[in-house]
Unconditional design. Structure first.
Length: 241
């Protein structure tokens, strides 16, 4: 059974995004769809001494674009973001473990498009730092037809998906009934139950970028995303439940 996930690329997304990637055999970046303003595509949240703060990449006001067409024309955002990240997390236990990589991303590279940046960060963090083995592809690698749900189903068929795992927010516009005539099983991901970890600047907040988890827990980060479920399941088996 081939399991597939399809989501637009997000900027330094939260742990739930990587949790879904970990659950699938193939993860497809759905970046040849409409770009949406004030969404997760170009911004995310981090913890700072004075509370949770947004990191937002300037992308201009033009909304008549696909995500993959959003150019990054203002080069000053990268240094600004890195300075904020460094100031916010330099005291975190594992900041120095990842410092060199993020300096490379923010200070040494010039990213031409939002999609290019997002996909690079997600793939590198997923494979290199979290040990995810899922394959990555871009929806532009497939020739799809139709609109909205029909196009998504066409993409899944061309990716030879047996099971489609969607984020819970998609319940608003997807339904299991909408897939009942298709040879694809629809499942919705749950983001509940994540354990807390030692986090600077309380109170604890789950809804922040993956950077927060990496800098605070380092190599143990996978446990706080999906490993805790495996531990809980093993304990239940041992207890005979």
């Amino acid at each position: 059974m081939k399991t597939v996930g399809v989501i637009q690329s997000n900027y330094i997304p939260w742990k739930g995004y990587f949790d879904l990637i970990h659950d699938v055999d193939l993860f497809i970046f759905y970046d040849d769809v409409q770009y949406t303003k004030n969404d997760w595509r170009n911004r995310n949240r981090i913890k700072r001494p004075n509370g949770v703060s947004w990191l937002t990449i300037p992308t201009g006001k033009d909304l008549d674009r696909l995500i993959c067409e959003v150019a990054l024309k203002d080069p000053t955002w990268a240094t600004r973001h890195w300075n904020i990240i460094r100031e916010s997390y330099s005291r975190a236990p594992y900041f120095n473990l990842y410092k060199e990589f993020f300096e490379y991303v923010y200070l040494e590279q010039s990213w031409q498009t939002l999609s290019e940046l997002n996909q690079y960060l997600i793939k590198t963090i997923g494979h290199n730092f979290l040990g995810i083995t899922s394959a990555f592809k871009d929806s532009r690698e497939y020739s799809t037809a139709g609109r909205k749900r029909e196009r998504l189903i066409d993409l899944l068929k061309k990716a030879e998906a047996d099971v489609y795992i969607s984020g819970p927010a998609a319940r608003a516009y997807l339904s299991e009934n909408g897939f009942q005539d298709e040879p694809i099983i629809l499942k919705f991901k749950s983001y509940s139950g994540y354990p807390e970890y030692p986090q600077l600047y309380p109170p604890f907040d789950h809804q922040v970028s993956i950077l927060d988890l990496l800098f605070h827990t380092g190599p143990d980060a996978p446990y706080f995303i999906w490993g805790w479920r495996e531990t809980s399941s093993a304990q239940l088996i041992q207890e005979g439940r």
